[in-house]
Structure formats: C-alpha cells, structure tokens
Ligand binder design. Structure first.
Ligand code: ADP
Ligand code: MG
Length: 675
C-alpha cells in the first residue's frame, strides 16, 4: 500500500491517502467537512488535555481533568443503592477512589492490590474524599515509565469517529514532510495539533490567532466575492408608484421614530434599483423593525411583486401575520400564513393563492421554502431574526424567486467592527432609537438564596393585575433537561400561587400546545408564564412587567438582553430580577453588571466581547456554536481591522494569494462559511 509519507503531501490530496482511511471512514470525515488533507489540518482541537505530568493525589481539584498515578490499596464492590466497584489508590501524598458502575470481570481481576495504575479523568468530591468515575486507566505491575509526550488534542468529533481514531490520523500528518509556505501555514497548524508539553496557554493562543487571522480573511473575501457577484445580477426594480405606504402611515396609530423613517427610506431607495438588494436591518428588541418590513412589502405589492416573510418560530410567524394583516389588508393586499401545522386542504388553498399571485404576502416559518411552495412573482424575501437561520435556508427561500431583493433583520446587536468584516456582502441599516414613551426596566441581581422574597414579589405583582415571566435556564445543551427543569419549577410555582393561572412553555411542546399557551398568556388567563429561553424572540405582551431569570450567569449577555426585551413594553415600569448563583465569579459579576446598567444592545454586545476576553484555551471552549472553525469572535475581534485591510490588499494586489486562501478555507464558498 502506498504510504503518504513517501511523497510530499499536498493540502489538496484526499484524506484517503492516509493509512487506514477507506471509503467508510472518508464518509464519516466528510460529515465534519473533512475531504482533503488541508481540511484535516484545519480541523483543529478545541482544547487540550495535559497528560504529560501527574498530579499528586492531595492536589486534585474537582471538575478538572488530570493524570494521576498510585498503587492499589483496596478493591471492593459496594452494594449500595447502585452497585459499584471501588478502587482506592494511594501515592506519597494521599488517596483517591476510582468508581466504576459497570465493569467486566476481566477489568476487576486486572486491578489487584499492589498494582500500580495511571489514570486520566475528572476528579470530583465523593462521599469519602476525591473520586474519579470511569477514568481511562492503564495498569503497571512495576513503576510506570514517565508520561512525557505533548499535550493531547481534543477534537470536535461525530458519530462513528472517536478521539483516538482522529488523533491517529492527525499524527500521520505530523510524520509527513510539509513544505514551508506563506499562504498555507503548515507549521503552525501542525503545532496546534500537538503542542509540546511545555507550551503555555499563551503560546497556543498566539498560534490560534495566526490561523484565525487567515480564517477571518478568507471569510471576508467570500463576502466580497458574493457582493460583486450580486452586483452583476439584475432584479426587478421597485420604484415609488401608488403611495400605498402613505396610507399605512396614516392608519398606523403611532408616529415612526426618526430612525425608522431613515431606515425605511434606505430600504425603499435600495428597492428602486435593478440590482438585487441585500440589506441587514439591525435594531434592538422593540425598536420597531416589523413595520419597516411592512413598508418594503407594500412597495413590492404596488408592483404586484410578492413578499415572503420568514420567522424562526411559529409564535413569531403568527404575530407577524396578525400585524401584517392589520396593516396591509385595508390597502387591498392579501396576506397568508404558512406554518407546518396547517390542515392539508387549508394549506393547499393558501398555496394556490400564492401560485396564482392573488396573495401578495406570505408569512411563515421554514414551511415557506418547502418544495411545493411556488410563487407567481416573488420580488422580496424578508428573514426575521436571521441569526436563527443558516445561509442555506435564506438561499432556499431566495431560490423561490428569480433574484428577489432580500432584507434580513436581526435584534442581535453586532458591534460595528464586526459588521464590516462579517457582513461585508451586505448593506447595513441600523435603528438606533426606541419608540418614545418606553418605560425603563429596573434590573436587579438577587442571590438564589433569597428566592422566597422573589416569590412574594411575584404574588404582589400578579395581585395588582400585572403579568410575569419566570425563565429557567440550563447549561447543558439539552431540550429535554431544560424542559424537565422548567416543568419542575412550574409545579412549584403553581403550588405556591394557587389562585393565579400559571402556564408553562418549552421547546419540547408541540406547536399547537405552544400557541395555546401563548394565547392564554396574551388573554391574561395565565398570569405567570414559566418558560425556557424559547420565549426569547418576538413575544409582545405589554401587561407583563416582571421577569425573573434563573441562573442568568449561564446565558450570554446578548441573550439576556433579548429575554429582558419581553418586558418594558407597556405603560407601567417593569422589573427584571436576575436570580443568580450564590457564588459568582468576578467576570460573571462584571457581565451581569453590564446588563443591570445598560439597555443599549450595542453597548452590551461590545462589553460582552471585551469581558469574555482571551477565554480559556486549555479549558472549556464549547464547540458547535460558531460559524468559524478556529476564529472566536470573543477572542479575535481585535484582529478585524487588520483582516479587512489585508483582505482589501489581497483583492487588489495579490488575487492569486486570495484565491489560494479561499481554496484552503472555502473551496465551494459555502459549507462552513455561512452568513
Ligand atoms: P422589533 O424591532 O423587536 O421586532 P417590533 O417591530 O415587534 O420590534 O415592535 C415592538 C412594538 O413597538 C410593537 O408593538 C410595535 O407595534 C410598536 N412600535 C413600533 N414602532 C413604533 C413607534 N414608532 N411608536 C410606537 N410604537 C411602535
Ligand atoms: Mg421582531
């Protein structure tokens, strides 16, 4: 079998040149976006384990993974509530218990008193001192050799691919003879796959920064390419015609804010052109983005061009539908709602009216881009809360028309520096003003041990005829656990407030159930709504003036800000109570202070970037929550100015280098690079 080591590898070589990579493993790797060797090189560890030195048993810290060694002094089976096998280790400094809930007889026989063991696992407090449950271990009859080696990488993996397997593959990369290259920083990549034992957090951060810079530059280039491709396309121009918008202004019942007027003008001017619009509309929660979208839809309708408005949840889609119907129907514009729960007949009727071009506006969820949905003449797509959708979904919607104009809206404030790089393909409009007369929200931190006072407070607020939210959060990314915790809280609160209607809403409920709960909260039948973070977007109940958020320290500031935006919508002053852990970290406290003191989403986002600072390299960076493989906006925001400058330089002076960078990072220009 040919060995990749025998020849000079190229980044473009398929992974199948590696030993042991056949079609099956290649398929599995493809699920991680790894097709070529360069993809594997760029598939970097998100953290490292230090298995290069052992920690004395009396120095173990709970919650930390580490390597330990000791001699077995006892091995017994404990028949408690749950059968477990306990092994006590001893070293010069102290003891440690290993606990196994399931084990084979062969394992049991191999760990005998007197044997030496080297384990890797996470220490935690047990009934009798420190324990490790199910550690990885190796048994030695005599003293084990010194551990040595480099740091152990921990990779994002997928079903059917273990850390061990992936480590084996990246070790093969280390053995190859990579060229020195300016464009492809092979040396840095190899270093990040296996840093030496003495590498500090800082060394690793520096290397990551080097790669993040490339990734962000590639991203910027993709955005710029998309922009120029769009500039060459043509769209249906939608100039001013019947002035239906003026009639909406008269019927609206409120004055537009100055910011709304400015933004409406920006959007409408953009629509008059014959190149397709791609505009990002940013505006804090409650700043009034929906009505801006309505003006755009009206302009399209004046030309008998259709608009599709897509929202991330059914609740939100329904709210938009109600607003749009109220605003547009009097102007003779027919609006239909498309959600997934529709009966077949009803759905068919609505689809027909879109296909005929009779209905000019379709509001809905993902149901909008199912393949049986056809438009007569789709001229404009509007995506609300765009961060909830992937680029593919936005594209799928766009594909329902020829080259429709696109408006994407977000309440997630994006610091200006980031907008320049991340949304380089879009024009940006910002609503930086809230409608007048908004009541302030007073935000307080209260420690969880004072929960009872908070419950009394809720009883008073509800007693006075107001409504409240109780938001449960969970750190694990699990719908199910989150639902369970909300359910438990709901039971407690119901028992505690027997005469008040208490509703429950969470992501595991069917959409009809959710809609029903929402309706009952709207109609004040439910006075208190226990919710998970599903209520984050869109909900508009002005009578709700109190929100309690449990464990706010677990949420990002942007998310907290969004949640809090559910209150402060009526005439009464509102209150937000952050029920926090009794012991907050310094940063945790500083972050919540930002939320307490500001209601300006942009300011909050900027502070959040600053406070999250350099992050923990060896520690707990989560995977999967970002659109980047290496870059982490919290840690690399300071690179953006450079990235934009470098991107512009490459486009102008070194298009071949720009091409090479894109070849490495985004060969198809889509995939992991998403807006
Ligand atoms: P968001 O930007 O969060 O999507 P919405 O469009 O849902 O905000 O608007 C929030 C609420 O404010 C809605 O009830 C809307 O009718 C109302 N609203 C919007 N603009 C104004 C305004 N200029 N004056 C008063 N109320 C407004
Ligand atoms: Mg909105």
């Amino acid at each position: 079998m040919s060995n990749a080591k025998d020849r000079n590898p190229a980044g473009d070589d398929p992974v199948t040149v590696l030993r042991g990579v056949g079609p099956a493993l290649a398929d599995t790797l493809a699920r991680l976006g790894v097709h070529r060797l360069i993809d594997l090189l760029l598939h970097l560890p998100y953290r490292y384990q230090d298995r290069t030195r052992t920690v004395p048993l009396n120095r173990l810290q709970p919650g930390r993974q580490c390597l330990v060694e000791g001699q077995v002094v006892e091995s017994r089976i404990n028949y408690g509530r749950r059968r477990s096998w306990l092994v006590t280790l001893q070293d010069d400094s102290g003891y440690l218990t290993l606990r196994f809930f399931h084990f084979a007889k062969r394992q049991f026989d191999s760990l005998k008193t007197g044997h030496r063991v080297r384990c890797f696992g996470e220490a935690r407090f047990g009934p009798k001192g420190m324990e490790m449950a199910h550690p990885e271990y190796r048994v030695f009859v005599d003293a084990p050799p010194p551990p040595g080696g480099g740091l152990t990488p921990v990779y994002p993996v997928t079903k059917g691919l273990t850390q061990g397997r992936l480590r084996g593959l990246t070790r093969q990369l280390q053995d190859m003879d990579w060229p020195e290259d300016d464009v492809a920083p092979y040396g840095t990549l190899l270093y990040l796959h296996q840093p030496p034992a003495e590498a500090t957090d800082e060394d690793i951060a520096t290397a990551q920064e080097r790669i993040a810079r490339d990734e962000l530059t590639a991203y910027y280039l993709v955005m710029r390419y998309r922009q120029s491709r769009r500039a060459r396309q043509s769209a249906m121009p939608l100039p001013r015609s019947q002035q239906l918008g003026r009639r909406l202004l008269e019927n609206l019942g409120f004055e537009l804010t100055g910011a709304q007027r400015r933004v409406v003008t920006e959007v409408l001017n953009n629509l008059t052109q014959n190149t397709p619009m791609l505009r990002l509309l940013q505006g804090d929660v409650g700043s009034g983005k929906t009505v801006v979208a309505a003006f755009a839809a009206i302009r399209a309708a004046e030309h008998r061009a259709q608009t599709a408005l897509m929202a991330p949840t059914e609740i939100l889609a329904e709210q938009h539908y109600l607003n749009f119907s109220e605003w547009l129907t009097p102007l003779g514009i027919q609006v239909v709602l498309l959600t997934s729960g529709l009966r077949k007949k009803e759905r068919e009727a609505r689809l027909q009216s879109l296909a005929d071009g009779e209905a000019l506006v379709a509001v809905g969820t993902h149901a909008l881009f199912q393949h049986d949905v056809t438009f007569n003449n789709l001229g404009l797509t509007i995506v609300d809360e765009q961060h909830r959708f992937g680029v593919h979904q936005r594209m799928a919607l766009r594909a329902k028309g020829r080259t429709p104009h696109q408006l994407v809206m977000t309440a997630t404030p994006i610091p200006r520096t980031l907008t320049m790089a991340l949304y380089a393909d879009m024009d940006v409009s910002v609503i930086d003003e809230l409608p007048a007369g908004r009541q302030p929200i007073e935000t307080r931190l209260i420690s969880a041990s004072r929960r009872n006072e908070v419950l009394d407070r809720i009883a008073r607020v509800l007693g006075a005829g107001r409504q409240a939210y109780w938001v449960c959060t969970l750190i694990e990314d699990s719908d199910q656990l989150e639902a369970q915790s909300a359910e438990a809280t709901w039971q407690t609160l119901k028992a505690r407030l027997p005469r008040m209607g208490v509703g429950l809403i969470h992501g595991r409920m069917k959409s009809e159930e959710k809609a029903e709960v929402m309706a009952r909260f709207h109609s004040n039948d439910y006075r208190l709504l226990v919710a998970t973070t599903v209520i984050e977007v869109g909900l508009d109940v002005p009578n709700a003036t109190l929100m309690v958020i449990e464990n706010p320290e677990r949420l990002g500031l942007a998310q907290l800000h969004q949640l809090r935006g559910r209150i402060g919508r009526g005439r009464e002053k509102s209150h937000c109570i952050l029920l926090c852990a009794d012991e907050l970290s310094e940063t945790g406290r500083a972050r919540l202070k930002v939320i307490r003191e500001s209601r300006d989403g942009f300011h909050i986002a900027e502070q959040d970037l600053k406070l999250r600072g350099p992050g923990e390299i060896m520690g707990t960076r989560q995977t999967g929550d970002t659109q980047f493989r290496v870059a982490d906006l919290a840690r690399h925001a300071h690179l953006i100015d450079d990235v934009v400058r470098e991107g512009k330089r490459l486009l102008k002076e070194a298009p071949e280098d720009a091409e090479a960078l894109l070849q490495a990072w985004a060969p198809a220009d889509t995939g992991h690079i998403a807006v």
